[in-house]
Design a protein. Structure first.
Length: 146
């Protein structure tokens, strides 16, 4: 499957995999100068690119780079970003600093990853009752800790 990218800004970097078997494509901040994210602050970073997947039955998911999360406390405020296959606008990545120190993103820095997955489009149906299951309505933590 092919993803076609279009540069939307000067200095944009086309996403690419870091290694042959990387699950995600690295996404780069397309900013003209360094931007500091203070603890507790959310900043949205433009990527300077738009994307068009070859297939309609896929979703592109944005994930924080693991090193930025584990070493600096950076995260996506919504945990995972969703880019629908029919979106053609410029992609951006909102980042929240959950750490204790400010973090400065520099132009071109790899800030997130784009992972493409197949999607099943469900047919929605309304019912008066749902079939019984072994679990039933037991929710959070109902299966125990260990």
């Amino acid at each position: 499957m092919k993803l076609t990218f279009k540069k939307m800004r000067e200095g944009a970097i086309i996403p690419a995999a870091a290694t042959k078997q990387s699950a995600g494509l690295d996404l780069h901040a397309c900013i003209p100068e360094p931007v500091t994210i203070m603890p507790g602050e959310i900043v949205s970073f433009p990527l300077g690119v738009a994307v068009c997947p070859e297939r309609e039955d896929v979703v592109m998911l944005l994930f924080m780079r693991s090193g930025l999360g584990s070493k600096h406390g950076l995260a996506l405020p919504n945990s995972v970003g969703v880019i629908d296959s029919d979106y053609r606008g410029e992609m951006s990545v909102p980042i929240i600093n959950l750490g204790k120190e400010p973090y400065t993103v520099v132009p071109g820095e790899r800030i997130a990853q784009l992972v493409t997955l197949p999607v099943i489009f469900p047919e929605v149906e309304v019912a008066e009752q749902l079939p019984e299951s072994e679990r039933g309505t037991s929710g959070f933590g109902s299966s125990g800790r260990l």
